[in-house]
Design a protein around this ligand. Structure first.
Ligand code: PLP
Length: 393
């Protein structure tokens, strides 16, 4: 099987990930923070080291504010519901206003839409250009006196277009609005600096470009979100291991947001994925993926049977490209690639219905091809050959 579905989850994982998981499982899989015995301490140490590595990778200030989550959806819900809990009234009796974009994944747009439909927030969804970029000035124009939060993606999971989030971070700070970045498609492949980009809440999966296992992710909570009063409300409450006599969730990061036994085996694997990322130049991985996007565009960009969506400049992409082939439903292209060529891609709406409506590809969607860190030239040649054969039929 040739795998071009890395935007969903990366495969294969980084060398060392499987070994780190099985080693941890065999040697130290006790419950961290729950006891003072050596195995529990070893598990706690592994969590702490992985927090430190992730904080270093994203240029955060305090690794205690790096919260482990189940995936990026969990992190985004923790951020959105944490900043906008039902019991916190809006400023001066008005509802809190939230700005988001048409590029968002359902992990952002569904919780926000549900809050808007239940009358708890006022929501503005900013459009993007035909090339798939949100103009930060459009976000500035959408800010009102009751705007509390901006939530947006760093790169579209459909078009692959990388957004100017540093400009959005600057605008958010100028207007004293919290900025939550969905780094699902960029964490591990596009450099991110929490401090320079002025990100208040960074949500990311561990299982995509960080090359760790599924069931891992994280939320970095910046200092403008104190726990808990007036800041972030805990999304899950319960077992933190320590401070058991406290009647409610202890207001100390990371425990405040990490109720329940964490996925230590997965986090051990994620730590190995981050080691791989830290040991390799991220810019080279990005270039590797962009080169593959460029080759597909070069092969079919002028072919009238192909429609490409969004920017045709590979340097403004992560390794993700959306296309359709004349005469085929996207789902059929996906099935043919799978059944006849052993190639995995993702057709459909990609959990991002607003951008497909914007592109005019709703409800069938498009074929998303997402090369990753380990796709070879030979695999790309096989994909180009297969797409050419399908289009020629
Ligand atoms: C832009 C974006 N946000 C959020 C998510 C959700 O990530 P997860 O699958 O880790 O919950 C995805 C997943 O594809 C995504 O592409």
């Amino acid at each position: 099987m040739i795998y071009f579905d890395n935007a969903a989850t990366s495969f294969p994982k980084a060398p060392g990930v499987a070994e780190a998981m099985s080693r941890f499982l065999a040697e130290a899989a006790a419950n961290p923070g729950r006891a003072g015995h050596r195995l529990a301490v070893a598990a706690e140490r592994m969590l702490d080291e992985t927090r430190l590595k992730l904080t270093r990778l994203f240029a955060g200030e305090d690794h205690h504010r790096m919260i482990f989550t189940l995936n990026c959806t969990d992190a985004l819900n923790m951020a959105i519901h944490g900043v906008l809990p039902p019991e916190i009234p809006g400023t001066n009796g008005t509802l809190p206003h939230v700005i988001t974009t048409v590029l968002e994944h359902n992990s952002v747009s569904r919780p926000l839409q549900a809050l808007a439909e239940s009358g708890r927030i006022e929501l503005t969804r900013v459009d993007c250009s035909d090339a798939g970029f949100v103009d930060p000035e459009d976000i500035r124009k959408a800010i009102k006196s009751n705007t509390k939060l901006i939530v947006m993606t760093h790169a579209s999971n459909v078009l692959g277009t990388i957004q100017d989030v540093a400009a959005v971070g600057r605008i958010a700070r100028e207007h004293d609005v919290l900025f939550c970045l969905d780094a699902a498609q960029t964490a591990g492949v596009v450099p991110i600096s929490i401090q320079e980009m002025q990100i208040d809440l960074l949500a990311f999966p561990g299982h995509k470009s960080l090359l760790g296992p599924t069931g891992t992710g994280g939320l970095y909570v910046g200092p403008r979100c104190p726990a808990p009063a007036g800041g972030l409300q805990a999304w899950r409450e319960g077992g933190t291991g320590g401070a058991s006599a406290t009647a409610t969730q202890p207001a100390v990061f990371p425990h405040y947001l990490e109720g329940g036994t964490p996925n230590t085996v997965g986090i051990a694997g994620l730590g190995a994925g981050v080691d791989y990322i830290l040991a390799h130049a991220m810019t080279e991985t990005l270039q590797h993926e962009q080169d593959r996007v460029a080759k597909i565009l070069a092969a079919f960009g002028a072919n009238p049977a192909f429609t490409f969506y969004g920017s045709r400049d590979p340097r403004r992409h992560v390794g993700t490209l959306a296309l359709n082939i004349r005469g085929y439903a996207p789902a059929d292209v996906g099935s043919i690639l799978d059944d006849s060529f052993d190639i995995a891609v993702r057709p459909g709406l990609h959990c991002a219905p607003y951008i497909h409506r914007r592109l005019g590809t709703f409800p069938d969607g498009a074929v998303r091809i997402s090369p990753g860190a380990f796709n070879t030239d030979a695999e790309l040649d096989a994909l180009v050959d297969a797409l050419g054969q399908i289009a020629a039929q």
